[in-house]
Write a protein that binds this ligand. Structure first.
Ligand SMILES: *Cc1c(COP(=O)(O)O)cnc(C)c1O
Length: 364
């Protein structure tokens, strides 16, 4: 039995997800060090980017993080349970009639419209803090820039306990996109019209843009090891490692097909290995015929279609492949950005879909 009571090193599932809380804390420290005059918060929506908010939240708190962001009220309640003393902002607006449900657990809504501002002001009377989101280009969430500028001197700002004004980048991971400079300029204008409020603009990639850091950083992806500077070296440490044990291997002759619909046919004699994880675990079906796993460090192609609970590897070139041997799906050369690219998506989606069937093993 392992420490967490599971019957073997791979747990009852056959695959195991390791979350390195030491690397997470180190990543938070690295990002904080990029903006010495600012506070570094942490975005832990989507269950801490798939890593488990119950462990990720306290690990960041111990590292020194005091301000957290989640997307929904339900996530806010989970964050409050894990972080009794933290400042917690809930990003996705205030639903009608929900103000009391936010105020009781001391969650701070990020208000996204004048209606929300009025509704919160009626409950808050300046006693329950909140943030204001201004939309500077996403056209997704937040007050328009003219609406925000018109709020200068408006008593509702104090009435709603507004202590933070924020906006969100359209394209921070593409520093060459001219929209960044426009958003940075608009946000500066907004802050000048609303003096006395703290400002927050930078997500992970935004921390690497000049003029974007303001008072409070909001990194998410980079904390969990994602590269905030695509196309350049990743300055972050990997946090997530996913591995599965080989269930069985087989030798097949040329012309043998494998997997649903027989989409893959052996071009010659091949050795195959089966792993017990699939798209129900968040391994995208788009990895069919495109992704890899590492067995003894050797890249082994995922062949045929990814099944719900199983995948098949071509392990012909991997002498270490045998029943019980480990295959790495995320980790080493297969970082989350690389896995995202192979699946035609982004590492964010790989992380936030990490399955609930895995044993999560916390180290560091
Ligand atoms: C998700 C989110 C973040 C974090 O973005 P990353 O790119 O993961 O660092 C920051 N701010 C807002 C408003 C978000 O929705």
């Amino acid at each position: 039995m392992t420490g967490d009571g599971h019957p073997g090193p791979e747990g009852p599932h056959g695959a195991r997800l390791t979350v390195d809380l030491g690397a997470l804390a180190a990543n938070w420290g690295r990002l904080a060090a990029r903006a010495p005059g600012a506070e570094c918060g942490a975005v832990i929506k989507a269950d801490g980017y798939g890593c488990g908010i119950r462990r990720v939240g306290p690990a960041l708190w111990t590292a020194g993080c005091r301000t957290f962001f989640v997307a929904h009220l339900s996530e806010g309640l989970a964050a409050r349970a894990a972080l009794p003393e933290a400042t917690i902002y809930v990003l996705n607006g205030l639903p009608p009639g929900a103000a009391g449900a936010y105020a009781a657990p001391r969650l701070r809504p990020v208000l996204c419209s004048l209606e929300e501002l009025s509704e919160w002001a009626a409950l808050s009377r300046g006693r329950h803090p909140a943030a204001l989101h201004v939309d500077t280009g996403m056209n997704r969430l937040g007050l328009s820039v003219p609406e925000a500028l018109a709020l200068g001197g408006d008593p509702r700002i104090a009435g709603a306990g507004i202590d933070l004004v924020m906006s969100h980048f359209v394209s921070a991971e593409r520093p060459e996109d001219p929209v960044n400079a426009r958003q940075i300029a608009d946000f500066a204008t907004i802050r000048a019209a609303l003096p006395g409020l703290r400002g927050s603009l930078a997500n992970s990639s935004g921390i690497f843009l000049d003029g974007a850091r303001h008072d409070l950083l909001r990194p998410g992806y980079a904390l969990f090891g994602g590269n905030p500077t695509p196309g350049r070296d990743n300055p972050m440490r990997p946090v997530v490692r996913l591995r599965a044990r080989i269930v069985q291997t087989r030798q097949v002759e040329a012309g043998t097909s494998a997997g649903y619909n027989g989409l893959w046919t052996a071009p010659g004699p091949r050795r195959l290995a089966t792993l017990s994880l699939g798209y129900a675990d968040g391994l995208p079906r788009a990895l069919s015929g495109r992704g890899h796993a590492l067995v003894g460090g050797v890249p082994c192609p995922i062949l045929g279609l990814v099944s719900m609970d199983l995948i098949i590897l071509d392990v012909t070139g991997a002498p270490a492949a045998r029943r019980g041997a480990d295959a790495v799906l995320i980790g080493d050369a297969l970082d989350i950005d690389a896995v995202g690219r192979a699946a035609g998506t982004i590492g964010y989606e790989i992380l936030t879909r990490l399955g609930s069937r895995y044993v999560r093993d916390y180290v560091g």
